[in-house]
Design a protein around this ligand. Structure first.
Ligand SMILES: [Zn+2]
Length: 156
């Protein structure tokens, strides 16, 4: 048995996602199917998509980022043997009423899908890649502790 839902998650309710955006987040279109699989596991699968604005970390201008995630949840309780669940499902804990908050879960998935360092595609960016990409990579490397420095302090 399966039930299908199509709906909209209003962006005003997605506070955490709005916070990550540069100010604009579209409503999120969601398609969800709930059912049970061959092993009698309850499954909540579907996808969500929308758009939000991000600041390009190369040119510091805003751009539209397309959001799209797929999910496959299975609600679990304290009694569930999580280790035995098929890997295709992401186990989610039910609350004290035996419910899962699908809006929060979808928001989590969308947050995880955001790029770590938001940037335009090179062709769309107003900064020439030769000017900055190399510099940025060097900056990131420089922030890491130098393994040889650690060795030096050990030798003292
Ligand atoms: Zn850019």
């Amino acid at each position: 048995m399966k039930s299908e839902y199509l709906g909209i998650l209003e962006s005003t309710k997605l506070k955490r996602l709005l916070e990550m955006s540069a100010g604009v987040c579209s409503d999120i279109q969601v398609q969800i199917s709930c059912g049970t699989d061959d092993q009698d596991l309850v499954t909540v699968t579907g996808h969500a998509k929308g758009e939000l604005s991000l600041i390009c970390q190369r040119c510091m201008n805003e751009f539209n980022h397309h959001l799209e995630v797929k999910f496959s949840f299975t609600p679990v309780t304290a009694k569930t043997q999580v280790d035995e669940l098929p890997e295709v499902y992401e186990p989610v804990d039910v609350d004290e009423h035996g419910l899962i908050n699908i809006c929060d879960l979808i928001e989590d998935e969308l947050l995880v899908s955001l790029p770590f360092i938001p940037m335009h595609a090179i062709a769309d960016c107003s900064v020439d890649e030769h000017d900055t990409v190399v510099g940025e990579i060097e900056d990131i490397v420089d922030e890491r502790p130098n393994p040889f420095a650690v060795l030096k302090s050990l030798n003292k």
